[in-house]
Design a protein around this ligand. Structure first.
Ligand code: 8YV
Length: 331
């Protein structure tokens, strides 16, 4: 990289982040805040030394294959790198970095918000006071939800975000269970009072609430397949703040419609930004709570994500290894 590399940012970032980047680098901004088209991305990759994409840009093998030789770094503004073909980038000698850790707490907060909102019917209750009808008043049998405390939470993917969820969930009286391919160190299990389930199938059959916190990779595509979703108890809830494609969304919708899963809290969807109309209908019925991919959307978080991107670019421009490199073996 040159000392003041040409950095192309694909989306509008918070003002302080853009200002700092403009001080340090030769920055080309996207003022429109409309995602770049495939052709615009291809053009950007012909000129940029550093590309800063987001989750809405699909940087596939074809685009990477057509990138100019000056492109040395793809510094993703985001934690998940499922939008980037990391193997293809690596094959072309392009480094990929992400923004880990700074969004763990925000994502865990939103996960808890959904874990609480669905069984306690929060959006359904809120809708009573925003609709046209008057509230008929309190009744002993009205708006009864399900108790949170004392229930079993199963975390799929006890990583940095999953652990932040576990810490919060313990304070709400949930017991902590998890499924990872590899068991965590005993010290972590002890700190979180967490039980490892080697078999995801077994864990699913025994949980009251399941939270998806693993990344989207080829290995986790439809990890919650129709067959696995059918293992859940009819009283169980699912929360997903990871990526939509970890769950077979069609199967999830069908099982909730059929009353074979109690409900879901979803911040992510298989085909963003379009959301299946049947999910919207389930939301109107109070069976699911939907939020539009906003788990990490805090002012503080976005600024810290920007700082991470800046550090990675600076390190690389200084000839050092950027701290948040994503290697093909990690995805
Ligand atoms: C971001 C996310 O909003 O970081 C991630 O993986 O899903 C979100 O927190 C998005 O990725 C920004 O690119």
């Amino acid at each position: 990289l040159s000392k003041k590399p040409l950095v192309i940012i694909t989306r509008k970032l918070p003002d302080p982040v853009e200002a700092r980047m403009a001080e340090l680098f030769d920055v080309r901004l996207n003022e429109t805040d409309r995602p770049m088209s495939h052709a615009e991305l291809a053009e950007a990759m012909q000129t940029a030394e550093v590309l800063v994409p987001t989750v809405t840009d699909r940087i596939d093998a074809e685009l990477i294959g057509k990138a100019g030789p000056q492109l040395r770094l793809i510094a993703n503004f985001g934690n998940g790198v499922d939008n980037i073909d990391v193997k293809a980038a690596h094959g072309h000698g392009i480094t990929v970095t992400n923004t880990p850790n700074v969004l763990n707490e925000d994502t865990a907060d939103m996960t808890m918000a959904l874990i609480l909102a669905v069984p306690r019917r929060l959006t359904e209750g809120a809708a009573v006071l925003t609709g046209d009808d008057e509230w008929a008043g309190w009744s002993p049998t009205w708006m009864l939800g399900r108790r949170i405390s004392g229930k079993r939470l199963g975390i799929i993917g006890l990583g940095r975000i999953g652990m932040a969820v576990a810490r919060r969930a313990r304070a709400f009286g949930l017991s902590i269970n998890y499924h990872n391919r590899h068991r965590m160190a005993e010290s972590i299990e002890q700190e979180l009072d967490a039980t490892w389930w080697e078999s995801l199938d077994q864990m699913l059959a025994h949980m009251d609430i399941v939270s998806v916190n693993c990344p989207s990779t080829p290995a986790t595509f439809h990890l919650l397949s129709a067959r696995r979703l059918e293992l859940l108890q009819p009283t169980a809830y699912i929360v997903n703040t990871s990526r939509g494609d970890v769950i077979d969304e069609q199967a999830l919708i069908r099982l909730i419609e059929e009353g074979r899963i109690a409900g879901a809290g979803l911040d992510v969807f298989e085909d963003e930004p379009s959301v299946n109309p049947r999910l919207r209908e389930l939301a109107r019925k109070g069976k699911v709570v939907l939020s539009p991919h906003m788990s990490s959307a805090t002012i503080e978080g976005r600024i810290e994500m920007g700082e991470k991107v800046i550090i990675n670019i600076r390190m690389m421009a200084d000839g050092d290894r950027p701290p948040d490199r994503v290697l093909p073996s990690m995805v």
